[in-house]
Design a protein. Sequence first.
Length: 259
Amino acid sequence: MKEGISWRFLSVWRRNLSVYGESWKVNFMPPLLEPLFYLLAFGVGFSGLISGVRYAGVEVSYPRFIAPALVAINIMNNAFFENTYGSFVRMYYQKTFDAMMATPLNAAEIITGEIVWGATKSLIGTVIMLTVISVFGLASYPTALLMVPAAFLGGFAFGSLAMIFTGMVKTIELFNLPVFLFITPMFLFGGTFFPTENLPLWAQHVASVLPLTHLVNLSRALAFGRFGGEALAGLGYLAVFCAVMYPLALYRMRRRLIK
């Protein structure tokens, strides 16, 4: 039997926002310091070794090349880890989902609220990181402002994917598998630290189907001030990814919650 989804899912979102607000100072630190550390380590450290990177027919400095990728990585990590480890803790250890199931909320609304919250964390982190890289002059406005709604879309995509794993794993330790087999390879080979054109042809084909690759391309296009075919392709890919993964997340989590 299918369950309808109403605006009641926002009560789940508000609950998580309230908990987040209790330790907001700590939560703000990672997206604030992460780009600084990466820019210092890679941008400054590699600047003597790498004069520039040729991307989309244009020569750009290495800090300018990696800065949008750092934002994309932040979007992926915020949503994925919130909707795997965070959601699993609320579901399995804290029994928060059981308590919410005793209210008028249905399973689909609880799951949707969780995914939307993961996407919101990605959006918050993006606003902070975008502010940091803008101080260094690594974002072109006004196009760079579109990275904020793009962060929500990317967060929803990775949050939906994360919820599928949450609906499958039996113990929290098993999240190490998707992190090791999926998140880490994307982090390294999704066009983040070097163009995918530098990879062997077969690896380029693999990278082209990974969601982070398209999110990185989208972030980079917007940060460079170009809203063209590359940005539209990234938006289209993420929209289709959400359309596929979100229903699968609902299906897997319904099976987990309703016995």
